[in-house]
Ligand binder design. Sequence first.
Ligand SMILES: Cc1cc2nc3c(=O)[nH]c(=O)nc-3n(C[C@H](O)[C@H](O)[C@H](O)COP(=O)(O)O)c2cc1C
Length: 398
Amino acid sequence: MGIKILWYVSGPDGSVPWEPHASWVNDFSQFQAQVQNIDRLGFYGSLFATDQHESIAVTASLAPLTERIKFITALHPGLISPAKLAQIALTLDKFNNGRLVFNAVNGSDQVLASFGVHIPHDERYKFSYEYWDAFRQLYARSSSGYDGKYIKLAPKTDFPERGAIAPAKTPFEIWGAGTSDPGVEHSAKLLDWYLSFADTPPRLGEKFRKVAAKAAEYGRKLRFGTRLQIIVRETEEEAWAHAKWILEQTRLETAIRLASRQLGPKGLDAEIESDDPLVHKRIEALRTGRLPDVRDLEIYPNLWVGPALFGFDILYPWAGTWIVGSAKNVADRIHELYAQGTEAFILSGWPLIPEAQRVAKILLPRLDLDHGFKVPSFDEALVRPFLDKVPEHIWAEH
Ligand SMILES: Cc1cc2nc3c(=O)[nH]c(=O)nc-3n(C[C@H](O)[C@H](O)[C@H](O)COP(=O)(O)O)c2cc1C
């Protein structure tokens, strides 16, 4: 057992990807550079979200350019038949040494309905369980079909002369998330790895222990991972100066828009129920037309809820939360989270290529890693060419 460090590859990139002046959308050559960069740097894997680029297409296009990283590919249940998905997974695993993993995510009612899936949130988890259960059986070459409430597959006719593809691993590894009661139930019954957005080490540990207890009811054991934005520098001063710079680059209207994911449709007019004085201080700052002070967004040593591509978590830590600090302190905090049960850390810092290099150079050597291979020492010559994919004007500002 040990720590696994992954990197989040996404379409939007830049030093401040939520602001037009400091961002761009990656093209195919930049995606290629992204995955080759983290593969050479020795990351364990990469997460591909249900983003604007279709995740299986992204994985199929990029995996052959890499050798070691696992592709944690997010998928909403029901968009393709589980039998078809098993065929896709067997093919991708055969061509890429079994490095495919699915991230089973439930999605939202609006998004799923727009893809033609009209099962509401809670019930979708029941559907999802059958979907992934059927998928796993078919991946393991079952030909007896599936007779569930939602998933019905006729037994498969085999053509012996063509030969079936052997699974690269059994069972197929599934990661996933889900915080609601049906989400936790689904995770306990199905997943190998349970992911949660970040929180303070004690609170994240408590959440994981609850999910582990639920899994134990089914005789199952899960492993746990979290997701964090990262600013790591040689010193605390440098790291916090960069966090401050990010705040300064974020316009007030963007900050309010990003914060509205937590505030809801009323935005700053929402009634705030929190006994945390810092939450009220942050809201007050936005209401008076300025961004909060950098340290008023620190919720725990080295955990920061400044603005990010995935939200401005001013009420509570969630998808936009950061880890900020010197390499030593960030490593200490990661080990503290590890002691609370977190084994996998899906990180991202922007721009994605140089920040992954920084993490590999100054953070990875300080961590008790278990990537299943020897993590190479940082070799600038090997990854320098990928920096050419960062647009010059943004690189200069950074
Ligand atoms: C690390 C991580 C990655 C996620 N990636 C996606 C994603 O790519 N697409 C998506 O629709 N939801 C994604 N989610 C959201 C979850 O699927 C789920 O909606 C969320 O955890 C809330 O679950 P709940 O509705 O059961 O409370 C992700 C969640 C986590 C923790």
